[in-house]
Design a protein around this ligand. Structure first.
Ligand code: FES
Length: 97
């Protein structure tokens, strides 16, 4: 195994997990998870932060009832029930603006 320091300071994992239609448990895909990830990526790019903040898609994080959810590393902060209007605040909190 090879190990290296991460080339970026922060990683955001946004749940985009999709469950089959009719599944009794909710999923972030049906609650805007993919759109949220796209909005975060767009804002990171617009602010020129691509080398500082990476936005990844993740599978289920386990807070499905509160979706869409994201988790930030290295802090481990879990964000739930994220709304589109929260996107700038999330990025500001990460970049200490
Ligand atoms: S489906 Fe997103 S946390 Fe479970």
């Amino acid at each position: 195994m090879l190990k290296f320091d991460s080339p970026f300071r922060t990683a955001l994992f946004v749940c985009t997990h999709k469950r089959p239609d009719g599944h009794p448990k909710p999923c972030c895909a049906d609650r805007g998870g993919a759109e949220l990830r796209g909005e975060l990526k767009d804002l990171v790019k617009a602010q020129g932060l691509e080398m500082e903040v990476k936005v990844f898609s993740s599978g289920c994080i386990g807070a499905c009832d509160q979706g869409p959810v994201a988790i930030q590393y290295p802090t481990g902060e879990l964000m739930m029930g994220i709304k589109p209007e929260d996107v700038p605040t999330i990025l500001d909190s990460i970049t200490d603006k």
